[in-house]
Design a protein around this ligand. Sequence first.
Ligand SMILES: [Zn+2]
Length: 94
Amino acid sequence: MDQASVREGCGNSVIMKAVEEWQANETIHPLTCGIDSNHRPLKAVGRDGKVILICLDCEYTHTAVPECVIKAHLEDMHRRRKEMLILNGFMEAE
Ligand SMILES: [Zn+2]
């Protein structure tokens, strides 16, 4: 799967959830404002059918959600789904 198809294969709600989880995870560096990194972490909002990142403290916007954020979310979802299947006896643990 190439980089572009990761984003295209996801609905906006998935991308927004991916950003939400990324920003809530204290073990990774949050997506921050490009003008002042002391501003609050960026927030995902839908605009013109796309998901963009906005700073709540100034006018800064970032028009694309980084692929790594989406990928991390998808991998996490996949892992959790697998755990659930193993837990319910539908799949053998590796
Ligand atoms: Zn800002």
